[in-house]
Design a protein around this ligand. Sequence first.
Ligand code: NI
Ligand code: MN
Length: 226
Amino acid sequence: MKVTYYGHSCFAVEINGKKILFDPFITGNELAAHVDVNTIEADYILVSHGHGDHVGDTVAIAKRTGATVVSNYEVVNWLMKQGVEKGHPMNYGGSWVFDFGKVKCVVAIHSSSMPDGSDGGNPVGFLIESNVGNFYYAGDTALTYDMKLIGDYKRIDFAFLPIGNNFTMSVDNAIIASEFVKCDKIIGMHYDTFGYIKIDKKEAMEKFNLAGKELFLMKIGESKDF
Ligand code: NI
Ligand code: MN
């Protein structure tokens, strides 16, 4: 699967020719100033929760591309009120088979309110299964024992985990999370974008290496096969 990083928690994953975009926050991210948001393609946009650094450019990209937005019920409702045409609401424990693979909506321990202050439901993570591999996108979350269920339920090839601390898991907790989900290939997200979440990247990679795991800190705009 080809993974492209657009900064913060935004990644595009290509699965069976479909482009799945996660948490597109590009406009307003100074670190992603060189990314032209108007060129990003998407067949689906998966949004983990209502916060501005995750909903971000979803409305603009969905309107331009005609992508289907997948999120919790409240976030999808809100996005459709902003003019998004195709939405697929989900909630914890539910799964749905799309044309690229299966999405299961899993627990994230965080909060969720929309940029205008309206109710953003509960934050979610996504477990993606496809015939070319499986992965976990954690969204914004604390470390939680619920992650053990993911490790017991499916073999996953790689996982997107937040590592920036303060609002989400830290590097140390992300290492424990990677043990819970039984995955040795971690793509870091939700770090360095703003002051509260600046990390020492070299130290983070060393810590993962010491734990026998690999931490990938992709460059913004970079693509890599996983
Ligand atoms: Ni958040
Ligand atoms: Mn966030």
